[in-house]
Design a protein around this ligand. Structure first.
Ligand SMILES: NC(=O)c1ccc[n+]([C@@H]2O[C@H](COP(=O)([O-])OP(=O)(O)OC[C@H]3O[C@@H](n4cnc5c(N)ncnc54)[C@H](O)[C@@H]3O)[C@@H](O)[C@H]2O)c1
Length: 248
């Protein structure tokens, strides 16, 4: 039997690079899936227009969902943006915007999903952190700060809601080939040189694909991961395992 037969799943950022791969995988594993995002991409799952920063929309969506589904088994908080700047270059407006989406959006979505998640026999929340919450990429100050906040929030949510039968984990990818990474490449000059440099810095000599991330998320959502909670799961081709050295 597919691992997620009979489960319901709600994925924010569900039409983004990683979110789409997760929706596709969940659907292939037998789950009923909602891809919640700002705009549709015609991918797997039922699309819902959703803005994680708007509490009225978030609350209304889960109230509406309660009339369609009698429980929610899986919540994936994958909506996110990146701002490629140092703190000096970052305006207060940009700082507030990235926190509103990457952190407050996760808080709001999780908060209003809880009543439905509590009705599941074994619910799983999967947040998107990043290896940038552990170590810093230069020129990504506000982004790094949001991911550090996501990691702390993940542990706190796991402590508070574990006793209610809700597991909470964060997936912390390294470089994954999505529109977010492509825009990082484009903003940073010579794309081919940069792509090679990024590959070469990994012990595995490759960056990740959205499907690699979906594999881990699928496991965390499934009953096989019933003892996994409160943890930050780094998936980065060994990037954070090594000390950087000059390659001569
Ligand atoms: N790609 C990477 O290398 C990488 C690495 C580490 C962590 N991550 C994290 O993984 C998650 C997914 O990233 P991705 O690479 O798929 O990026 P992506 O840009 O392809 O997808 C992000 C999605 O979030 C959606 N989104 C943005 N603001 C929103 C809002 N207010 N409400 C609802 N949806 C909104 C976008 O429309 C987009 O579809 C993000 O949290 C990102 O920080 C990505």
């Amino acid at each position: 039997m597919p691992a997620l037969e009979g489960r319901t799943a709600f994925v924010t950022g569900g039409t983004g690079g990683i979110g789409s791969a997760i929706c596709q995988r969940f659907a292939a594993e037998g789950a009923e899936v909602i891809a919640a995002d700002l705009s549709d991409n015609g991918g797997a799952g039922e699309f819902r227009a959703f803005d994680v920063t708007d509490e009225t929309i978030v609350r209304g969506t889960f109230e509406d969902l309660a009339t369609k589904w009698n429980k929610l088994d899986i919540l994936v908080n994958a909506a996110g943006i990146e701002i490629e700047k140092t703190i000096e270059e970052t305006s207060l407006e940009e700082w507030n915007r990235i926190f509103a989406i990457n952190v407050t959006g996760m808080f709001l979505t999780s908060k209003h999903a809880l009543p439905l998640l509590r009705k599941s026999a074994g619910a799983s929340i999967i947040n998107f952190g990043s290896y940038d919450g552990y170590i810093a990429d230069p020129g990504l100050a506000a982004y790094c700060a949001t991911k550090g906040a996501v990691h702390a929030l993940t542990r706190a949510m796991a402590c508070d809601h574990g006793p209610e039968g809700i597991r909470v984990n964060a997936v912390c990818p390294g470089y994954v080939d999505t529109p977010m990474l492509q825009s990082f490449f484009q903003d940073s000059g010579n794309i081919d040189t940069l792509k090679k440099a990024v590959r070469d810095v990994h012990p595995t000599r490759t960056y990740g694909q959205p499907e690699d991330v979906a594999n881990l998320v699928n496991w965390l959502a499934s009953d096989e991961a019933r003892y996994a909670s409160g943890q930050l799961w780094i998936l980065d081709g060994g990037l954070t395992a090594q000390v950087q050295q000059m390659r001569l």
